[in-house]
Ligand binder design. Structure first.
Ligand SMILES: Cc1cc2nc3c(=O)[nH]c(=O)nc-3n(C[C@H](O)[C@H](O)[C@H](O)COP(=O)(O)OP(=O)(O)OC[C@H]3O[C@@H](n4cnc5c(N)ncnc54)[C@H](O)[C@@H]3O)c2cc1C
Length: 276
């Protein structure tokens, strides 16, 4: 089984923290073996921040590239990227994840685990079933009704209960021109709100019942606020940007923001990014 020690910048979009050993299984037997070792599943690293803990090893799902159509259902392997899905949508003519266009590096596994969403739509709504490997090495499947019950806002049972291998999505056939137009539309809307390509892990905190996390941070004067080389974006306060900073600085920034929002609004911010 292959493993490589990779720098944080090669593993995550924000590029903070220490280098990590990443395992690259090439088949299901190897994958099961590695899942049983309790390795932490890695998608595109677009919602992930690495600590300075080189001992915690990661598991790449890159080899899981299945894309199988069956009527209005599409089975996708956990390693298929959002970019690959959007290309498939534009070629074959169907609606699925166009509302997420513009998210860099995300994979099916990460999109499901984080129940990614934007513009009032979530991945959960499109899922028919999810197949995963438990940490005992057993293959299990979540049905549509189980998904409805167990997924929430930027939450799912994964990776806590296991590693996603593949999932069946419900697709909506649509003319290629319309699909392409919608992808462009969502991309444009996203670019209006988010910072240009920089080292970030997307939204740092989950939104709260008291308001969007970005708005609360902004009102607490934290837009553009920095600790060393890590700062909140001037364009969207909930995006943390790495400008040559460290994990320690990220931690400090999060601590300051959490305290300031709590003392001002009595709201406890919860991290959306996963820290491992
Ligand atoms: C510029 C930018 C914009 C973004 N915009 C949005 C947005 O609009 N909406 C949104 O929801 N998110 C957004 N994100 C966050 C991120 O892209 C999503 O959360 C995405 O779903 C993460 O996918 P990933 O493959 O990169 O997962 P990773 O970041 O690699 O992992 C995220 C979590 O998923 C788990 N995971 C990954 N693969 C598996 C698997 N096979 N089985 C079990 N668990 C797994 C990981 O263990 C980790 O807990 C944005 C990020 C960036 C950088």
């Amino acid at each position: 089984m292959q493993a490589e020690i990779l720098p944080a910048a090669a593993v995550t979009t924000i590029g903070l923290g220490s280098s990590r050993k990443v395992w690259f299984p090439e088949n299901l037997t190897e994958l099961k073996e590695l899942v049983k070792r309790g390795l932490y599943p890695l998608g595109g690293g677009s919602n992930l921040v690495l600590k300075d803990e080189p001992d915690r090893e990661l598991l790449s799902l890159k080899f899981l590239k299945k894309a199988e159509f069956n009527g209005n259902h599409l089975k996708l392997g956990a390693g298929v990227t959002l970019r690959e899905i959007l290309t498939l949508q534009s070629q074959k003519g169907f609606l699925l994840l166009e509302f997420l266009a513009g998210i860099p590096r995300a994979t099916v596994g990460g999109l499901i685990a984080q129940n990614a969403g934007a513009f009032k739509k979530e991945v959960k709504e499109l899922l028919e079933s999810v197949t995963f490997i438990t940490y005992n090495g057993e293959v299990a499947t979540l049905t549509k009704s189980e998904i409805e019950k167990s997924f929430g806002y930027r939450e799912s049972p994964f990776p806590k209960t296991g590693v996603v291998v593949e999932a069946v999505f419900r697709i909506t056939p649509s003319p290629v021109n319309k699909v392409k137009r919608l992808i462009r539309h969502y991309l444009k809307k996203r670019l209006e709100k988010q910072p240009p390509p920089v080292k970030t892990a997307g939204s740092t905190f989950k939104n709260t019942p008291a308001g969007a996390a970005g708005l609360l941070l902004d009102r607490c004067g934290l837009k553009g606020f920095r600790v060393g080389g890590v700062k909140f974006s001037e364009k969207h306060a909930n995006f943390t940007i790495n400008e040559g900073g460290s994990f320690k600085e990220f931690e400090e920034l999060i601590e300051i923001a959490t305290q300031r929002v709590y003392s001002t609004y009595g709201v406890k911010l919860e991290l959306e990014v996963k820290v491992v």
